[in-house]
Design a protein around this ligand. Structure first.
Ligand SMILES: C[S@@+](CC[C@H](N)C(=O)[O-])C[C@H]1O[C@@H](n2cnc3c(N)ncnc32)[C@H](O)[C@@H]1O
Length: 301
């Protein structure tokens, strides 16, 4: 894209931010995920609460087919917004962490983190052990997520060089916090089911259910490739599947022309929401659903 086009696109994005829109201060939302996740949805938590207060309840299951760091599922489980949560993730490294925590080995993982002496060498060693066992893979993922720049887990990501306050590789290593988050998730694990698998399959299998709601946050059309190992997907097909769901759904996407077109084609409702990206730049994303009146804002565009 040339610079003129870029400027035009930026202007369009900023125009789309409603004037008095409050940007969520993520510090006011409990951080519950053991992951630092590119595209993490902490900033969306207040909207998720509103959505699930209307569409959730004890008889409802929330399905999060592209779980990643899983902040939406965790919020729903911790705050009893639904009766049951199902998380789905295809990336086997990310899946290993969820499997270990949810299937009963959270204490082992927390202990491994607490007793680990993080250096560049020990990080390499831990990452190389990923293939040894599921537990080792889970630990290797936690290490990678903490020592890679931006927490990026896609192949080819590199270690933090300077880090916060020149602390280098240790600048995002908070063992106590990680331990606490992991053990807290273990306390609600009976409400959470984790599936290592394909989002499309799980959505299809649950399409007829009236007692399920879906939070759908796929790798975006633009930035996906750099951020996730699994980033290629058939967006048109995903929109078609969403249109067939009996239960309610909420999708998030980058606020791009091609995405708006796909939503318009299926007569989905859309809202622009303001957020800050990891570089604290003001950005907008799209919420897409069958009926978004609960968001309480003007329709977009
Ligand atoms: C935008 S991220 C989700 C971020 C998450 N909402 C959060 O707050 O942390 C998308 C995730 O979908 C996963 N993914 C990509 N293709 C998938 C598929 N076909 N099935 C399941 N997960 C998939 C990626 O590995 C990535 O973790």
């Amino acid at each position: 894209m040339d610079s003129e086009q870029l400027v035009k696109e930026q202007q369009e994005l900023f125009k789309a931010v409603p004037k008095r829109e409050k940007i969520v201060n993520v510090a006011s939302v409990p951080m519950r995920s053991p992951f630092r996740y590119a595209g993490g949805k902490t900033w969306l938590v207040p909207q998720i609460r509103r959505w699930l207060k209307e569409r959730g309840g004890p008889a409802i299951e929330l399905i999060e087919p592209f779980a990643g760091g899983g902040i939406v599922s965790l919020t729903a489980a911790f705050e009893n917004l639904v009766g049951k949560v199902t998380m789905v993730e295809l990336d086997e490294d990310v899946a290993a962490v969820w499997r270990v925590i949810i299937d009963g080995n959270a204490e082992w993982l927390a202990n491994r983190i607490m007793t680990f002496d993080l250096t560049v060498d020990s990080a390499h060693e831990a990452i190389e052990r990923a293939a040894v066992s599921l537990r080792d893979r889970a630990f290797a993922t936690i290490v990678k997520n903490r020592v890679n720049r931006g927490g990026i887990l896609a192949d080819g990501a590199s270690f933090i060089k300077q880090g916060e306050n020149g602390k280098g590789i240790r600048s995002r290593w908070y063992p106590e916090t990680l331990k606490r988050r992991i053990l807290e998730i273990a306390l609600v694990r009976d409400r959470i089911r984790f599936i290592e698998g394909d989002a499309f399959e799980v959505i299809r299998e649950n399409a007829e259910r009236e007692d399920a709601v879906f939070f759908i946050d796929p790798p975006y059309t633009k930035a996906g490739r750099r951020l996730y190992r699994h980033s290629e997907l058939d967006h048109e097909h995903l929109f078609d599947l969403a249109a067939r769901l009996k239960g309610d759904f909420l999708m998030t996407y980058d606020n791009a022309e091609e995405v708006r077109k796909m939503a318009e084609k299926r007569r989905f409702d859309m809202r622009v929401v303001a957020m800050k990206n990891t570089h604290h730049a003001k950005m907008t994303e799209l919420l897409i659903g069958q009926n978004l009146t609960w968001v309480g804002k003007k329709k977009h565009p």
